[in-house]
Design a binder for this molecule. Sequence first.
Ligand code: MN
Length: 528
Amino acid sequence: MLSLALLLLNQYSLIFIKLDTILFDTLYYKPLIVRYSSLNRNTASLRCVKKGEIEMVDMMKDGPVNPLKIQDNTLRDGHQSIYATRMRTDDMIPIAEAMDEMGFWAMEVWGGATFDSMHRFLAEDPWERPKILKKFIKKTPFSMLLRGQNLVGYRNYADDVVRAFVDKSCDVGIDVFRVFDALNDLRNFQTCVERIKANGKHFQGAICYSLTQPRLGGDVFNLDYFINKCKALEALGADSICIKDMAGIVSPYDIFDLITELKKVTKLPLHLHTHYTSGMASMAYIKAVEAGVDIVDTCLAPYALRTSMPAVEPLVVTLQGTKRDTGMDVRKLIKLGEHLEKIAPKYQKHLATNKLSLIDAGVLAHQVPGGMISNLISQLKEMNALDRLDEVHAEIPRTRKEAGTPPLVTPTSQIVGVQSVMNVVAGRYKMISNQFGDLMFGLYGQTPTPVDPEVQKLVLKRSKRGQTPITGRPADILEPELVEDKKKIGDLAKTEEDLLTYALYPATGEQFLKWKYGVEPMPDNVKP
Ligand SMILES: [Mn+2]
């Protein structure tokens, strides 16, 4: 406290700004002596030494030795996860320049559902958003989520569409491409990765995190599975590796083990993406940080927690003064959050309010992602069979195993979910969805385990695709699409971007282009 007082005299203004932080820490560590140690880039680093003990953990050594890097997901996965992807570009602009000053490793601004939601519900040209934001965010790289050969849609597109899409995405300002495939089949990465590398951009190889039991392990999704995928992605030219836990099921000690083991096999930066859904995410981050994870995804507080990502502010304060100190200024982050609080009320109607709980504790028991459960429930309601939900929960692991144990992420989560409901309500494989048939036919790629041969035979007997499943790269059987698309859409597509919008979303894309060029009036419900 004496040294603090002396510093107060010398650097009055600087320390004054940090006083709240110091008081906060002092309150938190009441039995501890708080000792001022050093000033780093942005924050007063505090070192907490337990009375009578020389050192707490290694983590508490003066920081930053190896600062944790932060990717901000507020402008993509944050509002996708809790506000149905409805945030408008206009509401991003007022905080864009200030966000650029924070020192984020990257800002995720595009990809996933943004493309779909923007042109369909917001009547905004998806291609304009990165271009507009780039005018305000000049230093921080832009990141996007790319669904491999599915791009930002829901099916495999032909290679010519994939090449044109990636090239155009680079043109409009995307710097980091996080690429994943629902089956973790790396053949679905091939074409987009070629173009990402040819454009000199950052290829982040993502592995969908999945489980068949409450904790990491078992026959399929064990340490070896993830280690092998990591090595394969490195061989494919990855510049970094992402563990993509879309369902929020990674538990703290499992991620500690996983990061520790991955660090032994690769020198590439490791990036962790998780969701708060089950309530474990913030704990998982701390253990991942202790194991040496290089980058994590967070959102500003108003767009964090629930089914979104952990909030950045508590993480920054938690790591202050440790060797993983982010160096970020929590005060500036809080200011950004205050702005979001001002604009957020109009998005609040999209927030799920049917439950008191901020977390979905059920996920801890059955590992079924939240989005999949809500679809199951609405499907069962339609079939007047809501009382059979428990049976469906029991059916899911069985159907999933027969389908080759796919990770439960869009679209495989819906394919397995819908088929499980039909198996319960109509009898096992009495009804088969087209998508389930396609999965069994190999059209989504190779499943983590072989599909059940009996079920496959039964399904393909009734499939229009034929009896013999494909085993090659799914896109190899697709004909080029863009020339045909151009013929169909004609002059309504005035730019290459318009043509791609139509190629990805023929029905809603064409509708959007009619609004864009005034061919049809824009309905009120899509206007700002
Ligand atoms: Mn996500």
